[in-house]
Design a protein around this ligand. Structure first.
Ligand SMILES: [Zn+2]
Length: 147
């Protein structure tokens, strides 16, 4: 029983002990007021219980969402594993001219002379020919000759 309920119960007992209800009209009004106070404390208690249930429900819900987030993203909010990796691997996106699918590759590949071609993983079409680009460019550079 809350402090408020105790106070109202005391007031009720006091009024009953004094025989206020039968004593006068004012006594009847006071008795009514005490009854209303009693109802209010009951209602407050009901609301407090409902609030507590809701709080428990929200906390369970929050926990479930946290687990779902972990499953979906594969990492905890506290750990920035993804962000750390993101700095290292810059991905380039290209569209395949054959099937128009998206082809992703690491930006570092462009600087690697050993990799000549980037092919589409879906249809095998050469999306980017690094070897050819180099071969094509070189003969084009013709220095003007002075006589
Ligand atoms: Zn393709």
């Amino acid at each position: 029983m809350s402090r408020l309920q105790q106070k109202v119960a005391y007031l009720k007992g006091l009024a009953e002990g004094l025989g206020m209800e039968k004593a006068s009209r004012e006594g009847r009004v006071l008795t009514e007021i005490i009854t209303v106070l009693d109802d209010i404390t009951d209602e407050l208690k009901r609301l407090q219980e409902a609030q507590q249930d809701l709080q428990e429900y929200v906390s369970v819900l929050d926990e479930s969402i946290g687990e779902l987030e972990d499953d979906y993203w594969g990492w905890d909010d506290d750990e920035d594993i993804y962000d750390e990796n993101d700095d290292d691997d810059e991905f380039v996106e290209l569209e395949c001219p054959q099937c128009h699918g998206k082809v992703y590759f690491e930006e570092d590949v462009l600087d690697d002379d050993n990799i000549g071609q980037i092919t589409c993983p879906q249809c095998g079409e050469v999306v980017l020919d690094l070897g050819d680009t180099i071969d094509d460019e070189e003969p084009e550079i013709t220095l003007p000759t002075e006589d």
